[in-house]
Ligand binder design. Structure first.
Ligand code: PLP
Length: 384
Protein backbone atom coordinates (compact mmCIF):
# COMPACT_ATOMS: atom_id res chain seq x y z
CA UNK A 1 0.00 0.00 0.00
CA UNK A 2 2.54 2.58 1.14
CA UNK A 3 4.97 1.30 -1.52
CA UNK A 4 2.33 1.80 -4.23
CA UNK A 5 1.56 5.30 -3.08
CA UNK A 6 5.23 6.21 -2.93
CA UNK A 7 5.65 4.94 -6.48
CA UNK A 8 2.64 7.00 -7.57
CA UNK A 9 4.12 10.12 -5.97
CA UNK A 10 7.37 9.59 -7.87
CA UNK A 11 5.45 8.85 -11.09
CA UNK A 12 3.70 12.25 -10.90
CA UNK A 13 6.98 14.07 -10.40
CA UNK A 14 5.97 14.91 -6.83
CA UNK A 15 8.63 13.09 -4.86
CA UNK A 16 10.29 15.45 -2.39
CA UNK A 17 14.05 15.24 -1.94
CA UNK A 18 16.04 17.06 0.68
CA UNK A 19 19.33 18.50 -0.54
CA UNK A 20 22.18 18.23 1.92
CA UNK A 21 23.72 21.54 3.02
CA UNK A 22 27.24 21.72 4.46
CA UNK A 23 27.61 25.45 5.08
CA UNK A 24 25.73 28.25 6.88
CA UNK A 25 22.71 29.84 5.23
CA UNK A 26 23.80 32.56 2.81
CA UNK A 27 24.11 33.50 -0.85
CA UNK A 28 26.90 30.92 -1.35
CA UNK A 29 26.21 27.48 0.02
CA UNK A 30 27.70 23.99 -0.15
CA UNK A 31 24.89 21.83 -1.44
CA UNK A 32 25.15 18.12 -2.23
CA UNK A 33 28.93 18.53 -2.23
CA UNK A 34 29.23 21.58 -4.47
CA UNK A 35 29.33 25.34 -4.03
CA UNK A 36 26.27 27.09 -5.44
CA UNK A 37 24.67 30.50 -5.55
CA UNK A 38 21.51 30.00 -3.49
CA UNK A 39 18.07 31.54 -3.94
CA UNK A 40 16.42 29.00 -1.70
CA UNK A 41 16.06 30.58 1.75
CA UNK A 42 13.71 32.99 3.49
CA UNK A 43 16.68 34.79 5.06
CA UNK A 44 15.54 38.03 3.44
CA UNK A 45 17.87 40.36 5.34
CA UNK A 46 20.88 38.05 5.47
CA UNK A 47 20.83 37.71 9.27
CA UNK A 48 20.85 33.89 9.57
CA UNK A 49 24.65 33.84 9.75
CA UNK A 50 25.24 37.40 11.02
CA UNK A 51 28.30 37.75 13.27
CA UNK A 52 26.45 39.99 15.75
CA UNK A 53 23.69 37.41 16.17
CA UNK A 54 26.24 34.63 16.53
CA UNK A 55 27.98 36.56 19.30
CA UNK A 56 24.71 37.38 21.07
CA UNK A 57 23.84 33.68 20.97
CA UNK A 58 27.25 32.53 22.23
CA UNK A 59 27.08 35.00 25.13
CA UNK A 60 23.55 33.87 25.86
CA UNK A 61 24.31 30.16 25.83
CA UNK A 62 27.06 30.76 28.42
CA UNK A 63 24.68 32.75 30.60
CA UNK A 64 21.45 30.73 30.18
CA UNK A 65 22.54 27.27 29.07
CA UNK A 66 21.06 25.34 26.17
CA UNK A 67 17.54 24.37 27.24
CA UNK A 68 14.49 26.00 28.79
CA UNK A 69 13.67 22.78 30.64
CA UNK A 70 9.91 23.26 30.73
CA UNK A 71 6.96 25.03 29.15
CA UNK A 72 6.41 28.76 29.71
CA UNK A 73 3.70 27.88 32.25
CA UNK A 74 5.88 25.62 34.40
CA UNK A 75 9.46 26.75 34.86
CA UNK A 76 10.39 27.69 31.31
CA UNK A 77 9.49 31.37 30.95
CA UNK A 78 12.88 33.07 31.21
CA UNK A 79 13.63 36.79 31.35
CA UNK A 80 14.93 36.85 27.73
CA UNK A 81 11.58 35.37 26.59
CA UNK A 82 9.68 38.02 28.51
CA UNK A 83 11.92 40.84 27.29
CA UNK A 84 11.56 39.64 23.71
CA UNK A 85 7.75 39.54 23.99
CA UNK A 86 7.73 43.13 25.24
CA UNK A 87 10.16 44.26 22.55
CA UNK A 88 8.05 42.60 19.83
CA UNK A 89 4.83 44.24 21.04
CA UNK A 90 6.55 47.62 21.20
CA UNK A 91 8.08 47.16 17.74
CA UNK A 92 4.71 46.26 16.23
CA UNK A 93 2.74 48.89 18.12
CA UNK A 94 0.41 46.23 19.55
CA UNK A 95 -0.57 45.60 23.18
CA UNK A 96 1.16 42.26 23.64
CA UNK A 97 3.02 39.44 21.88
CA UNK A 98 3.35 35.79 22.91
CA UNK A 99 6.18 33.53 21.79
CA UNK A 100 5.81 30.16 20.09
CA UNK A 101 8.46 27.68 19.01
CA UNK A 102 7.46 27.79 15.34
CA UNK A 103 5.15 29.69 13.04
CA UNK A 104 3.22 26.51 12.42
CA UNK A 105 2.45 26.24 16.12
CA UNK A 106 1.66 29.95 16.39
CA UNK A 107 -0.92 29.62 13.60
CA UNK A 108 -2.46 26.52 15.18
CA UNK A 109 -2.85 28.51 18.40
CA UNK A 110 -4.06 31.79 16.91
CA UNK A 111 -6.87 30.16 14.93
CA UNK A 112 -7.99 27.55 17.45
CA UNK A 113 -8.25 30.01 20.33
CA UNK A 114 -10.32 32.49 18.33
CA UNK A 115 -12.82 30.08 16.76
CA UNK A 116 -14.29 26.65 17.44
CA UNK A 117 -17.27 24.51 16.55
CA UNK A 118 -20.20 26.62 15.42
CA UNK A 119 -18.00 29.61 14.54
CA UNK A 120 -16.92 30.61 11.02
CA UNK A 121 -13.53 31.09 9.38
CA UNK A 122 -12.98 32.87 6.08
CA UNK A 123 -9.71 31.97 4.43
CA UNK A 124 -7.88 33.01 1.28
CA UNK A 125 -7.48 29.97 -0.99
CA UNK A 126 -3.72 30.43 -1.18
CA UNK A 127 -3.09 30.58 2.56
CA UNK A 128 -0.15 28.70 4.00
CA UNK A 129 -0.63 25.04 4.90
CA UNK A 130 -0.29 25.78 8.61
CA UNK A 131 -3.31 28.10 8.46
CA UNK A 132 -5.29 25.49 6.54
CA UNK A 133 -4.45 22.87 9.17
CA UNK A 134 -5.28 25.34 11.96
CA UNK A 135 -8.74 25.92 10.52
CA UNK A 136 -9.34 22.16 10.30
CA UNK A 137 -8.18 21.66 13.86
CA UNK A 138 -10.44 24.45 15.13
CA UNK A 139 -13.59 22.61 14.01
CA UNK A 140 -15.07 25.93 12.82
CA UNK A 141 -17.01 26.10 9.56
CA UNK A 142 -14.53 26.91 6.84
CA UNK A 143 -15.30 29.25 3.96
CA UNK A 144 -12.56 29.80 1.40
CA UNK A 145 -12.55 32.83 -0.88
CA UNK A 146 -10.78 33.29 -4.19
CA UNK A 147 -7.25 34.59 -3.80
CA UNK A 148 -7.40 38.27 -2.87
CA UNK A 149 -11.11 38.50 -3.67
CA UNK A 150 -12.36 40.95 -1.04
CA UNK A 151 -15.81 41.29 -2.66
CA UNK A 152 -16.17 37.50 -2.65
CA UNK A 153 -15.17 37.44 1.00
CA UNK A 154 -17.72 40.10 1.88
CA UNK A 155 -20.41 38.11 0.09
CA UNK A 156 -19.58 35.07 2.25
CA UNK A 157 -19.64 37.18 5.41
CA UNK A 158 -23.04 38.65 4.57
CA UNK A 159 -24.48 35.13 4.30
CA UNK A 160 -22.75 33.72 7.38
CA UNK A 161 -24.85 33.16 10.48
CA UNK A 162 -22.14 32.42 13.03
CA UNK A 163 -21.58 35.31 15.42
CA UNK A 164 -17.89 34.63 15.97
CA UNK A 165 -16.05 35.15 12.69
CA UNK A 166 -12.38 35.09 11.80
CA UNK A 167 -10.77 36.13 8.52
CA UNK A 168 -7.35 34.56 7.97
CA UNK A 169 -4.80 35.54 5.37
CA UNK A 170 -1.11 35.44 4.63
CA UNK A 171 0.29 39.00 4.64
CA UNK A 172 2.70 38.10 1.84
CA UNK A 173 1.69 34.86 0.13
CA UNK A 174 4.45 32.35 0.64
CA UNK A 175 4.47 30.74 -2.82
CA UNK A 176 3.29 33.74 -4.89
CA UNK A 177 4.96 36.68 -3.20
CA UNK A 178 2.01 39.04 -3.61
CA UNK A 179 0.72 41.19 -0.75
CA UNK A 180 -2.77 40.71 0.73
CA UNK A 181 -5.15 43.69 0.28
CA UNK A 182 -5.01 44.23 4.01
CA UNK A 183 -6.70 47.65 4.22
CA UNK A 184 -9.74 46.29 2.38
CA UNK A 185 -9.73 43.08 4.44
CA UNK A 186 -9.69 45.08 7.67
CA UNK A 187 -12.54 47.31 6.45
CA UNK A 188 -14.58 44.18 5.69
CA UNK A 189 -13.71 42.71 9.09
CA UNK A 190 -14.94 45.90 10.76
CA UNK A 191 -18.15 46.05 8.74
CA UNK A 192 -19.00 42.45 9.56
CA UNK A 193 -17.76 42.17 13.12
CA UNK A 194 -14.96 39.71 12.39
CA UNK A 195 -11.43 39.24 13.67
CA UNK A 196 -8.64 39.51 11.12
CA UNK A 197 -5.59 37.25 11.50
CA UNK A 198 -2.59 38.11 9.34
CA UNK A 199 0.23 35.60 8.95
CA UNK A 200 3.18 37.90 8.36
CA UNK A 201 5.84 35.20 8.01
CA UNK A 202 7.27 36.79 4.85
CA UNK A 203 6.67 40.45 5.75
CA UNK A 204 7.98 40.70 9.30
CA UNK A 205 11.31 42.53 9.16
CA UNK A 206 10.95 43.28 5.46
CA UNK A 207 7.82 45.29 4.61
CA UNK A 208 6.59 48.58 6.01
CA UNK A 209 8.46 51.23 7.97
CA UNK A 210 11.41 49.62 9.81
CA UNK A 211 10.15 46.21 8.66
CA UNK A 212 7.11 46.29 10.95
CA UNK A 213 5.11 44.20 8.48
CA UNK A 214 2.05 44.30 6.28
CA UNK A 215 -0.25 46.17 8.67
CA UNK A 216 2.37 48.90 9.08
CA UNK A 217 2.85 49.02 5.31
CA UNK A 218 -0.84 49.99 5.00
CA UNK A 219 -0.76 52.10 8.18
CA UNK A 220 -3.40 49.93 9.86
CA UNK A 221 -4.17 49.33 13.49
CA UNK A 222 -7.27 47.83 15.04
CA UNK A 223 -8.25 45.84 18.13
CA UNK A 224 -9.59 43.23 15.67
CA UNK A 225 -6.15 42.62 14.21
CA UNK A 226 -4.06 39.62 15.21
CA UNK A 227 -0.58 39.28 13.75
CA UNK A 228 1.43 36.08 13.53
CA UNK A 229 5.08 36.52 12.66
CA UNK A 230 7.82 33.97 12.23
CA UNK A 231 11.30 34.58 13.56
CA UNK A 232 13.16 32.07 11.40
CA UNK A 233 12.83 34.02 8.16
CA UNK A 234 13.93 37.69 7.98
CA UNK A 235 14.76 37.64 11.72
CA UNK A 236 17.27 34.90 10.92
CA UNK A 237 16.83 32.73 14.02
CA UNK A 238 13.79 30.55 14.85
CA UNK A 239 10.42 30.77 16.54
CA UNK A 240 7.31 32.87 16.11
CA UNK A 241 4.86 35.11 17.90
CA UNK A 242 1.18 35.97 18.00
CA UNK A 243 0.54 39.65 18.73
CA UNK A 244 -2.62 41.66 19.22
CA UNK A 245 -4.81 43.45 21.69
CA UNK A 246 -4.57 43.05 25.45
CA UNK A 247 -7.81 41.04 25.49
CA UNK A 248 -6.85 38.69 22.65
CA UNK A 249 -3.43 38.15 24.20
CA UNK A 250 -4.81 37.28 27.63
CA UNK A 251 -7.20 34.81 26.01
CA UNK A 252 -4.41 33.30 23.90
CA UNK A 253 -2.21 32.73 26.93
CA UNK A 254 -5.00 30.85 28.71
CA UNK A 255 -5.96 28.71 25.72
CA UNK A 256 -3.03 28.14 23.36
CA UNK A 257 -2.32 24.42 23.54
CA UNK A 258 0.75 24.65 21.28
CA UNK A 259 2.35 26.87 23.91
CA UNK A 260 0.97 25.38 27.13
CA UNK A 261 1.83 21.77 26.25
CA UNK A 262 5.28 22.23 24.78
CA UNK A 263 8.73 23.08 26.07
CA UNK A 264 9.69 26.74 25.70
CA UNK A 265 12.34 27.44 23.11
CA UNK A 266 15.90 27.86 24.46
CA UNK A 267 16.36 31.27 26.12
CA UNK A 268 19.51 31.80 24.03
CA UNK A 269 17.28 32.05 20.96
CA UNK A 270 15.30 34.83 22.63
CA UNK A 271 18.59 36.65 23.29
CA UNK A 272 19.57 36.25 19.65
CA UNK A 273 16.15 37.55 18.62
CA UNK A 274 16.37 40.64 20.83
CA UNK A 275 19.59 41.46 18.99
CA UNK A 276 17.96 40.58 15.67
CA UNK A 277 15.10 42.99 16.38
CA UNK A 278 17.66 45.74 16.96
CA UNK A 279 19.29 44.90 13.61
CA UNK A 280 15.91 44.81 11.85
CA UNK A 281 15.02 48.30 13.08
CA UNK A 282 18.37 49.52 11.83
CA UNK A 283 18.25 47.76 8.44
CA UNK A 284 16.75 50.38 6.12
CA UNK A 285 19.82 50.04 3.90
CA UNK A 286 19.30 46.28 3.57
CA UNK A 287 15.60 46.69 2.81
CA UNK A 288 16.46 49.28 0.15
CA UNK A 289 19.09 47.01 -1.38
CA UNK A 290 16.61 44.14 -1.45
CA UNK A 291 14.05 46.38 -3.18
CA UNK A 292 16.67 47.30 -5.79
CA UNK A 293 17.49 43.61 -6.40
CA UNK A 294 13.80 42.76 -6.81
CA UNK A 295 13.37 45.51 -9.41
CA UNK A 296 16.52 44.45 -11.27
CA UNK A 297 15.45 40.81 -11.32
CA UNK A 298 11.94 41.56 -12.57
CA UNK A 299 13.13 43.89 -15.31
CA UNK A 300 15.37 41.21 -16.76
CA UNK A 301 13.18 38.19 -16.01
CA UNK A 302 9.91 39.53 -17.42
CA UNK A 303 10.89 39.37 -21.14
CA UNK A 304 12.93 36.23 -20.56
CA UNK A 305 9.93 34.38 -19.10
CA UNK A 306 7.60 35.59 -21.84
CA UNK A 307 9.96 34.09 -24.44
CA UNK A 308 10.02 30.70 -22.78
CA UNK A 309 6.37 30.20 -21.89
CA UNK A 310 7.01 30.72 -18.19
CA UNK A 311 5.01 33.19 -16.14
CA UNK A 312 6.53 35.54 -13.61
CA UNK A 313 4.20 35.94 -10.63
CA UNK A 314 3.06 39.56 -10.09
CA UNK A 315 5.13 39.96 -6.93
CA UNK A 316 6.83 43.05 -5.55
CA UNK A 317 8.44 41.13 -2.72
CA UNK A 318 11.56 39.02 -2.30
CA UNK A 319 9.58 35.92 -3.32
CA UNK A 320 9.80 35.77 -7.12
CA UNK A 321 8.03 32.68 -8.43
CA UNK A 322 8.64 31.61 -11.97
CA UNK A 323 5.63 29.53 -12.89
CA UNK A 324 6.38 26.65 -15.25
CA UNK A 325 3.17 24.61 -14.89
CA UNK A 326 4.23 20.99 -15.26
CA UNK A 327 5.75 19.24 -12.22
CA UNK A 328 8.53 17.41 -14.02
CA UNK A 329 9.42 20.44 -16.15
CA UNK A 330 9.77 22.54 -13.02
CA UNK A 331 12.10 19.97 -11.50
CA UNK A 332 14.06 19.77 -14.76
CA UNK A 333 14.47 23.55 -14.78
CA UNK A 334 15.63 23.55 -11.16
CA UNK A 335 18.10 20.74 -11.96
CA UNK A 336 19.39 22.58 -15.05
CA UNK A 337 20.05 25.67 -12.94
CA UNK A 338 21.81 23.58 -10.32
CA UNK A 339 24.05 22.16 -13.05
CA UNK A 340 25.03 25.81 -13.68
CA UNK A 341 25.70 26.40 -10.00
CA UNK A 342 22.41 28.11 -9.12
CA UNK A 343 20.01 26.77 -6.50
CA UNK A 344 16.33 27.69 -6.89
CA UNK A 345 13.98 24.95 -5.69
CA UNK A 346 10.99 23.63 -7.63
CA UNK A 347 7.67 23.90 -5.79
CA UNK A 348 4.94 21.44 -6.70
CA UNK A 349 1.45 20.49 -5.54
CA UNK A 350 0.11 20.31 -2.91
CA UNK A 351 2.24 23.30 -1.90
CA UNK A 352 0.86 25.11 -4.97
CA UNK A 353 -2.30 24.33 -7.00
CA UNK A 354 -2.10 21.52 -9.60
CA UNK A 355 -0.73 22.72 -12.94
CA UNK A 356 1.11 25.63 -11.33
CA UNK A 357 4.44 24.06 -10.44
CA UNK A 358 7.16 26.68 -10.25
CA UNK A 359 10.61 27.75 -9.28
CA UNK A 360 10.51 29.72 -6.07
CA UNK A 361 13.31 32.23 -6.45
CA UNK A 362 13.89 33.99 -3.20
CA UNK A 363 16.05 37.10 -3.05
CA UNK A 364 17.89 38.37 -0.01
CA UNK A 365 19.67 41.57 0.97
CA UNK A 366 22.72 39.32 1.27
CA UNK A 367 22.72 38.89 -2.51
CA UNK A 368 24.74 41.27 -4.65
CA UNK A 369 23.69 42.83 -7.93
CA UNK A 370 26.16 40.47 -9.56
CA UNK A 371 24.44 37.46 -7.95
CA UNK A 372 21.14 38.49 -9.51
CA UNK A 373 22.83 39.01 -12.87
CA UNK A 374 24.32 35.52 -12.64
CA UNK A 375 20.87 34.08 -11.99
CA UNK A 376 19.49 35.87 -15.05
CA UNK A 377 22.41 34.68 -17.20
CA UNK A 378 21.85 31.09 -16.10
CA UNK A 379 18.13 31.34 -16.92
CA UNK A 380 18.98 32.81 -20.32
CA UNK A 381 21.39 29.98 -21.03
CA UNK A 382 18.73 27.32 -20.48
CA UNK A 383 16.95 26.12 -23.60
CA UNK A 384 13.46 24.80 -23.17
C1 PLP B 1 7.13 29.52 7.02
C2 PLP B 1 5.71 29.88 7.23
C3 PLP B 1 5.03 29.50 8.39
C4 PLP B 1 5.64 28.58 9.38
O1 PLP B 1 6.62 29.21 10.12
P1 PLP B 1 7.73 28.30 10.82
O2 PLP B 1 8.30 29.17 11.87
O3 PLP B 1 8.69 27.95 9.74
O4 PLP B 1 7.03 27.10 11.36
C5 PLP B 1 3.75 29.97 8.58
N1 PLP B 1 3.15 30.74 7.65
C6 PLP B 1 3.76 31.09 6.51
C7 PLP B 1 3.04 31.95 5.52
C8 PLP B 1 5.05 30.64 6.26
O5 PLP B 1 5.63 30.95 5.11
Amino acid sequence: MIEDELAAIAEQGLYRHRRLVDSPCGPRMMVDGRSVLAFASNDYLGFANDQRLIEATVDAVRRWGVGAGASHYLGGHFRPHDDLEHRLAQFLGLDAASLFSTGYMANLAAVTVMVGRGDAVFADRLNHASLIDAVRLSGADSHRYRHGDVAGLEHLLVKAKASTRLIVTDGVFSMDGDIAPLADLLAVAERHDAWLLVDDAHAFGVLGPKGRGTAALFGLSSPRLLVVGTLGKAAGVAGAFVAGSELASRWLRQKARTSIFTTASPPMLACALIESLRLIEDADDRRQHLTDLIRRFRQAATPLCANRGWRLSPSETAIQPLIVGDNKESVALSDALLARGIWAPAIRPPTVPAGQARLRISLSAAHSVDDVDQLIEALLAIRT
